[in-house]
Design a protein around this ligand. Structure first.
Ligand code: HEC
Length: 405
């Protein structure tokens, strides 16, 4: 009877899984028998949290009804009572680079609850993390997992860090409000009209609690009268700052100021030929249904308005995220952007484009994503070709390119 208890089976499965990586003693000089015993003992040790949880679940003295109790019973042996991680001499494993220190807001606030829930429920490998992080799907209920996540959030004492839930799926054109650590390679290929490709290599890097630097290097290839020309365009250096964010209301607001250097050839049409100052505001709103809307509006102000006109733009992205596997797995985010731009010249018209698209997470860790869409001019279509647009995005704050698959 006892043999068949799911808790026992679960613990045994865990022990079996553990021995594969257990780093206690390498074979080689030590006798294999001793090594096996050491592996077995350390596996037992590491499985204690699950045993303790299992025993306490079955109605003994302590009840696992608060996040703190759950954490103390099931997590401290590896994560430490202060959330910084147990010293490796005691924990008995070599912590991976990504091993969390829950008191470090810079490491934890960017992670949405859904990522933590996925890892606690299904174990580290479910999101491309180490298998040392066990799965608690059999030892804890969903409600208990939510409670322990709430408890983990208490380790970061500074409430001013914007929360990762407000890091909405990146649209192809509309810039979002959340400050990011990412590299994006974004491309637009003319589907009609003059052949041409424009790529942007964008590097974004956070600093401090609310700030982000951005460098955007455009690379252009165009067929002009049957000869292909290539070159870089006007390089952007930008600084973004989050002004306001609230997880409770689901809102985030940021301002950005940028300088576009005249690095692109004006004669080829790759650049403005004058330094341009750009400023914009971004406001994003997430709804409880995982529907979202992102607004971005701003102005481009060239230094020499004689050769490049000032212009205004206002972009909107509306979308919805669907997570596979009860919201914990691969994320699909269909979106539509409505893009408007207007030169500040007498007689200039507002150009409108629509851009339906689909973003999808590619790696298990969700730190590599792709987006594909078609940008269609709605009015003033002369000289404004339909474009196929796509990007590849790497959120390098979450791991190396080779990790997390
Ligand atoms: C056997 C040791 C062990 C136990 C027990 C354990 N963890 Fe972990 N946990 C780890 C390791 C190791 C990692 C890091 C995995 C990686 O980065 O590859 C981790 C990662 C995590 C993460 C991911 C954080 C991030 O960076 O995104 C969360 C959340 C987490 N653990 C929560 C818990 C909770 C809650 C419990 C108890 C219910 C628990 N862990 C029990 C070892 C453990």
């Amino acid at each position: 009877m006892l043999e068949d208890s799911p808790v026992l089976r679960f613990a045994r499965a865990n022990i079996a899984g553990r021995s594969a990586w257990c780093p206690v003693l390498p074979p080689g000089k030590t006798s294999l028998k001793l090594y096996r015993i050491a592996v077995f003992l350390s596996s037992l040790l590491l499985s204690t949290p699950i045993w303790v949880l299992a025993q306490e679940q079955s109605g003994s003295a302590l009840r696992l009804d608060t996040g703190e109790r759950i954490f103390k019973a099931g997590c401290v042996s590896c994560h430490g009572s202060d959330g910084r991680g147990t010293p490796k001499t005691i924990a008995g494993f070599e912590p991976p680079d990504t091993f969390p220190d829950f008191t470090r807001c810079d490491q934890t606030t960017a992670e949405p609850d859904s990522s933590w829930k996925a890892i606690i429920t299904h174990g580290g490998p479910y999101r491309g993390f180490s298998q040392i992080m066990p799965s608690f799907s059999e030892a804890l209920t969903e409600e208990q997992i939510d409670k322990v996540i709430h408890y983990l959030r208490g380790f970061c004492k500074n409430p001013h860090w914007p929360r990762g839930e407000l890091n909405l799926p990146r649209a192809l054109v509309t810039e979002k409000a959340y400050p990011e650590n990412e590299v994006v390679i974004s491309n637009a290929v003319n589907a009609k009209g003059a052949p041409g490709v424009e790529s942007h290599v964008i590097h974004e890097q956070r600093f401090g609690v609310k700030n982000q630097l951005e460098v955007d290097v455009p690379v252009q290839f165009q067929d002009q009268n049957h000869i292909w020309y290539g070159g870089i365009g006007d390089v952007t250096l930008g600084l973004k700052r989050e002004i306001f964010s609230s997880l409770r209301t689901g809102s985030i607001f940021s301002l950005q100021g940028s300088v576009l250097l005249p690095s692109g050839s004006r004669t080829r049409g790759f650049g403005n030929g004058t330094t341009t100052f750009e400023t914009f505001a971004a406001f994003d709103q997430l709804f409880p249904t995982n529907t979202f809307i992102q607004f971005q509006t701003g102005a481009d102000l060239p230094r020499h308005t004689g050769i490049a006109p000032q212009s205004l733009f206002w972009n909107t992205a509306v979308g919805q995220s669907f997570g596979a596997d009860g919201g914990l797995g691969r994320l699909w985010s269909p979106m539509v952007e409505f893009l408007a731009g207007r030169d500040l010249q007498t007689g200039a018209k507002t150009n409108w484009d629509v851009l339906p698209q689909m973003q999808v997470t590619i790696s298990r860790r969700q730190h590599i994503r792709g987006d594909l869409g078609v940008r269609v001019p709605v009015n003033n279509t002369a000289g404004r070709p339909v474009q196929v647009m796509f990007y590849l995005l790497w959120d390098w704050g979450d791991g190396k390119l080779t990790e997390g698959w």
